[in-house]
Write a protein that binds this ligand. Structure first.
Ligand code: XMP
Length: 320
C-alpha cells in the first residue's frame, strides 16, 4: 500500500528534501537516467532528479513520432534553458513499426510500452550503464491500473512485474504518494515555470491515445493538426484537459459540391480535480463553432466534428 500525501498534507520543501536524499541514497555513486516527455509529472521528476544528481542524471527525450506539433524542440529547449541538458533521440520509425496493423486499444498501448521500455529506452539505458530509472508515476496511475480501468504504460511493480528482471533496471518513482494537484505544488517549489507545472496533463501514449483504430504517420498528422487547432481555442481556458480524437470510421459528407467519405473528429474538454472523475466543460456554443470551423478549414478530409457530453465514468478522458 502506498501512503497518499494529499495536497493539504503536503509540505513541498520537505517533500523535495526527503526525495532528493532518497534518490541520492538509492543511486549511490552510480548514474540514473530518465525520460522527459514535457508533461507535468516527467518535468517535475526531471527537476527533482537533476537537483539530486546533477550531471549524473541523463535526461532523454524520446521522439516517438506521436507527440504534438514542435514538441521535441520546445521541451528540450525549455529544459536546456533551465540548466538541464536533454538528449533528443529520434525513434519515430521504431514506434510506427511497432504500431503497424494494430487497432485494439490495449494492444496499441502494449506496443508503445514495449517499444519504449524494451527496445528504445531499454537500449539507451543498457548502453548508458545506468542502473536506475527515474519515473514520474503518480497515485492515480496506480489506482486506475490496479482497478483494471486502464493499463497505464508506466506501472510495473503494482502489476507484479519486476522491471529489473523484465528490462534490466531499477525504477525509482518519487511522485508515487502524490496526485496531480500535489505534483504541481512540488513543481512550483522546484522552480519550474508556471506554464510547465500548471500545464495540462498529456498521456504517455501521446497522440496515439487519441487515434481510434490504426496509428500511422498520416493519421497522427491529422490528429496533430486537430490538436493544434483545439489548443489555439481552448488553451487559455480554465479546464483540466481537452483533446481532439480521430475516429476510425469515415462517414458521408460534402466537399466542393461532391459527396465524399470524410473523417470524423471528436472534441473533448474536461472539468476535473484529479482525473478520477470528470465532466464535460459547458463550453460556449460560439467557442465550439469556432473550433469546428477551423478544423473543417484546416483539415480538408474532415466532414464531421462532434463534442463529447458523456462524463467520466463511464467514459474515460482519452479515447484509447
Ligand atoms: P483516462 O483516459 O484514463 O485519463 O480517463 C485520465 C488521465 O490520465 C491521462 N492518461 C495517461 N497518462 N499514461 C499517462 O501518463 C497513460 O497511459 C495515460 N492514459 C491516460 C489522461 O490524459 C488523463 O489526464
Amino acid at each position: 500500500m502506498i501512503k497518499e500525501i494529499t495536497v493539504g498534507e503536503l509540505n513541498p520543501g520537505s517533500f523535495i528534501e526527503e526525495h532528493v536524499e532518497e534518490i541520492r541514497k538509492a543511486v549511490g555513486e552510480g548514474r540514473a537516467i530518465n525520460a522527459l516527455s514535457g508533461g507535468v509529472d516527467s518535468s517535475v521528476v526531471t527537476m527533482l532528479g537533476h537537483r539530486a544528481l546533477g550531471s549524473r542524471l541523463r535526461t532523454v527525450f524520446v521522439d516517438n513520432g506521436i507527440m504534438r506539433e514542435g514538441e521535441p524542440d520546445r521541451v528540450s529547449g525549455l529544459f536546456r534553458g533551465l540548466g538541464v541538458p536533454v538528449e533528443v533521440v529520434d525513434a519515430r520509425a521504431e514506434f510506427f513499426t511497432a504500431l503497424k496493423g494494430l487497432t485494439d486499444p490495449e494492444e496499441k498501448r502494449e506496443a508503445i510500452t514495449q517499444a519504449f521500455y524494451r527496445h528504445v529506452f531499454g537500449r539507451i539505458v543498457k548502453e548508458s550503464g545506468a542502473r536506475h530509472l527515474l519515473q514520474g508515476t503518480i497515485l492515480t496511475d496506480v489506482d486506475e491500473t490496479v482497478a483494471g480501468i486502464k493499463r497505464q504504460h508506466n506501472v510495473f511493480a503494482q502489476l507484479g512485474i519486476d522491471p529489473e528482471e523484465a528490462f534490466g533496471y531499477r525504477i525509482l518513482e518519487p511522485l508515487l504518494p502524490l496526485r496531480k494537484d500535489g505534483v504541481r505544488v512540488v513543481g512550483r517549489a522546484l522552480g519550474l515555470p508556471e506554464d510547465v507545472f500548471n500545464r495540462k496533463p498529456f498521456p504517455g501514449p501521446a497522440l496515439a491515445a487519441r487515434v481510434i483504430g490504426e496509428v500511422d504517420p498520416e493519421r497522427i498528422a491529422v490528429v496533430r493538426r486537430a490538436t493544434a487547432v483545439c489548443e489555439r481555442h481552448l488553451e487559455k481556458l480554465d479546464v483540466f484537459q481537452f483533446m481532439a480524437i480521430l475516429h476510425a470510421d469515415r462517414v458521408p459528407g460534402m466537399r466542393n459540391g461532391k459527396r465524399m467519405y470524410g473523417r470524423q473528429i471528436e472534441v473533448r474538454c474536461w472539468d476535473s480535480l484529479d482525473a478520477r472523475n470528470a465532466s464535460p466543460t459547458r463550453l460556449p456554443w460560439g467557442t465550439l463553432e469556432a473550433v469546428a470551423s477551423d478544423l473543417l478549414q484546416e483539415l480538408p478530409d474532415v466532414v464531421s466534428v462532434t463534442y463529447n457530453i458523456a462524463p467520466k465514468p463511464p467514459s474515460t478522458m482519452e479515447a484509447v
